[in-house]
Design a protein around this ligand. Structure first.
Ligand code: GLU
Length: 357
């Protein structure tokens, strides 16, 4: 099963974290980038399509500008990213040329993926690049956007890109061997397989101690949730291992494999679940929650408890009595109409436009 899933992967997204691309001086670490580029070139030679999500722009910029500490203010951080990004791309271009491969820089913001037209434009461009045999190298557009600077080291961006492109496999390459139980303790142990992201899996994830990287395991688990729910297997593994991509794909027990969710999602449901910022919240009772979890069904007015402010047609978060979001969907009525119970039809969210997360 593990082997089939990985061996047959045709379109692969590989995310390279800051820690695997830069050295202790925060400069692009050449031998390390060389070996990662060789690994990606190896996948291309097997006829697979590869998209790289690169971090390391802030780290490289810090090195170039002689900053030992990660800047505390956003403007300096963004300036570092702008300086580091061109350095990184120059390095990638040179290294891939040796393998006779062309690269393309694509800088994205989360807003690009949320806006319907820009989302499909980005997808069309990336697909065309892949058809042309080019390796797209994507980073967040850190000079103007702050999502990953604040929340993660491109982890979420990598899962969203894999979803956008309906990738067959996502690699998050980092400085650790995978998800580690008892991290930093003598009985530390790599977890080879995660079939379901439970609360205890979430509890394994701590923040990062690194001076450059901001993500740590927490944002990787958030990324894993997106990829897995979109039906894409994800492997978190060490980017310091010079054979990691090949070994994992051939079925060797490396890193941590997250199995994809079997429920599957239509393109429309992926859009609702991951690329929209919910406009408001709807709280439902336990009976309605259970019904939605049990089978594909519509949310009816009777199960709705508390209602936020949103307009008809918005994507909203569906939460349980504890306020925990468990689904998202497109509402058929505005928040004020639902609150006033003034709806022409009892269906609040139709099942075709509702996704249990
Ligand atoms: N996109 C950022 C980079 O390439 C993320 C890492 C960070 O915030 O340090 O550097």
């Amino acid at each position: 099963m593990r082997t089939d899933l990985l061996k047959s992967a045709r379109r692969i997204v590989v995310k390279l974290g800051t820690g695997v691309l830069t050295d202790s001086q925060k400069r692009p670490e050449l031998p390390q980038m060389r070996q990662l580029v060789a690994q990606v070139a190896g996948l291309r030679k097997q006829g697979r399509e590869v998209v790289i999500i690169t971090s390391g722009a802030v780290g490289s910029g810090m090195g170039e500008l002689g900053l030992g500490q990660r800047p505390a203010d956003l403007a300096t951080l963004q300036a570092c990213a702008a300086v580091g990004q061109s350095q990184l791309m120059a390095t990638y271009e040179k290294l891939f040329k040796r393998h006779k491969l062309s690269v393309a820089q694509v800088l994205l913001t989360h807003e690009d993926l949320e806006d319907h037209t820009r989302h499909f434009n980005a997808r069309a461009t990336l697909k065309r690049l892949l058809e042309l045999g080019v390796i797209p190298i994507i980073n967040e557009n850190d000079a103007v956007s702050t999502t990953e600077l604040k929340f993660g080291d491109n982890d979420r961006l990598s899962a969203l890109t894999a979803t956008l492109l309906s990738a067959d496999l996502l690699f998050i390459l980092t400085t650790v061997d995978g998800v580690i139980d008892h991290f930093g303790e003598p009985d530390a142990r790599r977890i080879p397989l995660i079939e379901c992201i439970t609360q205890s899996v979430e509890n394994l994830a701590g923040g990062t101690q690194s001076a450059t990287a901001v993500g740590g395991m927490k944002t990787k688990i958030i990324a894993a949730r997106i990829a897995v729910r979109a039906g894409i297997p994800l492997v978190i593994a060490s980017g310091r291992n010079t054979r990691v991509l090949k070994d994992v794909i051939s079925g060797k027990d490396e890193g941590t494999l997250f199995l994809p969710d079997k429920r599957g999602l239509t393109a429309r449901q992926r859009w609702i679940a991951f690329f929209n910022r919910p406009a408001g919240k709807l709280e439902v009772d336990q009976g309605a929650k259970q019904a939605l979890l049990d089978r594909p069904t519509s949310l009816l007015l009777a199960g709705v408890k508390r209602v936020g402010d949103f307009s008809k047609g918005d994507v909203v978060s569906v939460c349980d009595a504890k306020g925990k979001e468990f689904a998202r969907g497109v509402v058929r009525h505005s928040g004020s109409d639902i609150r006033a119970r003034q709806v022409s039809h009892p269906v609040i969210i139709h099942r075709d436009h509702l996704v249990v997360l």
